[in-house]
Design a protein around this ligand. Structure first.
Ligand SMILES: [Zn+2]
Length: 84
């Protein structure tokens, strides 16, 4: 058994993703790039409502899935500000 590269669900070793949806999400998310100052702004200078709004605008402007942008931003935030 191995884990889906996107959602971490257990899958047979011959597979990389558990579903096509996970595969697509994984590759779409790779393409998403979020500038560090934007992340800083979202978490340190915005209320949670403002953050939601800013993410929505950002995703729309680049034509990316809002859900994926949100996930990416959370990951980057952890990477930049929570570890080390
Ligand atoms: Zn999956």
């Amino acid at each position: 058994m191995t884990n889906c590269q996107y959602c971490s669900k257990k899958i047979p070793i011959s597979k990389v993703f558990c579903s096509n949806e996970c595969k697509e999400s994984f590759f779409q998310k790779i393409v998403i790039s979020v500038p560090k100052p934007f992340i800083k702004k979202l978490y340190f200078f915005c209320s949670s409502e403002q953050r939601e709004f800013e993410i929505k605008i950002f995703a729309k402007r680049h034509n990316w899935h809002e859900k994926l942008v949100k996930e990416k931003i959370e990951e980057l935030y952890q990477e930049y500000y929570k570890c080390g």
